[in-house]
Design a binder for this molecule. Structure first.
Ligand code: NCD
Length: 325
């Protein structure tokens, strides 16, 4: 029987992972999900306090092949709070070809013996490829359209701390699903934890294999977010588009942008989420995004640090156990 959020009695101790990498949510067992959330919740309660320096002496490399501010900084803050040394390497996405160049970069880094490599790359599967070539533990910080596990975990933590549970909640993930690694990871995670997840999107922004994903799909915002407890908006990820997927941004906003009128269809106390960065006036109206009563967007950023502390620590603990086995 799947364990539910309300049933978990796991103490907030460091988590050991079944694998020594964290490449995605797909295939993660429910107990590990709960344990990571419980540990992160402990860190969230102690974000301004000193915590045990479980990463002291460890070197963490943030290897980012795509632009990022919040995710990279979040990993850096999390690592430093646990006492690690952090090195940031940003490689301009357009000048780097996947394949050999990626593996060469990683092999060079490997010779410097980092403990954990945090990788963001525009190609789906890049972190998996690296995991085959280097000794360090790898965290996927977003690969192409594939997965973004720590974003999903921070979303789940934000929801759990706000609603006291995840199981049974109705969650609409709206907008550019096809280009979103956030949507995919959240479907695995929030669905795995017992939420009813829906995708709300124009058919041009849905992946071809949507029928195999086991998720309810809506093409109309009012229908899709009806009675939902959470409305999660996604950015139109134009950098991954070919050009004909959406009408004008104005028209897109009229049909799929979240404003106070459309939000009326959701549950009366529905909360708004967005992974950032936001395109204000395209997928979300500023009035909604900045509404402190309804928006969890800043909370998500805060919870990101706590989740990344739990994940980095889990990888360090898992590696130490492997070494002593
Ligand atoms: C997301 C990403 O990079 O996939 N953002 C993030 O990690 N903060 C979503 C996005 O870029 O729209």
């Amino acid at each position: 029987m799947a364990m539910t959020t309300s049933q978990t009695d796991t103490p907030a101790s460091a988590v050991t992972l079944p694998s020594h990498h964290l490449l995605g949510i797909e295939g993660m067992d429910v107990l590990t999900m709960h344990r990571l959330l419980d540990r992160a919740s402990y860190f969230a309660d102690n974000l301004t306090n000193d915590v045990e320096q479980t990463l002291k002496g460890q070197t963490i490399v943030n290897l980012f092949f795509e632009n990022s501010t919040r995710t990279r900084v979040s990993f850096e803050v999390a690592a430093k709070k646990l006492g690690a040394s952090v090195l940031n390497i940003s490689v301009a996405g357009s000048s780097v070809k996947k394949g050999e160049t990626l593996v060469d970069t990683a092999t060079t880094l490997n010779a410097m013996h980092p403990d954990i490599l945090v990788v963001r790359h525009h190609a789906s599967g890049a972190p998996q490829l690296l995991a085959q070539h280097i000794d360090a533990a790898i965290i996927n910080a977003g690969d192409g359209r594939h997965e973004h596990p720590t974003q999903a975990l921070l979303d789940a933590l934000t929801i759990k701390r706000r609603f006291g549970k995840i199981e049974g909640l109705r969650i609409a993930i709206c907008g550019d699903i096809t280009n979103s690694r956030v949507a995919r990871s959240n479907l695995y995670l929030l669905g795995g934890l017992g939420a009813e997840v829906r995708f709300v999107s124009p058919s041009t922004l849905l992946p071809p294999a949507i029928g195999d994903m086991g998720v309810a799909v809506y093409h109309d915002m009012a229908e899709g977010i009806k009675d939902c407890d959470i409305v999660m908006m996604l950015r139109l990820q134009t950098e991954r588009m070919e050009g004909r997927e959406t009408p004008s941004q104005h028209e897109y906003f009229n049909l799929f942008g979240l404003d106070s009128d459309k939000l009326e269809a959701a549950a009366p106390k529905a909360m708004i989420m967005h992974p950032g960065p936001m395109n204000r006036g395209v997928e979300i109206d500023s009035e909604i995004a900045d509404d402190h009563e309804r928006s969890l967007i800043h909370k998500q950023v805060e919870m990101g640090v706590a989740i990344r502390m739990a994940c980095l620590e889990a990888l360090a603990v898992t590696a130490a156990q492997k070494r002593s086995a």
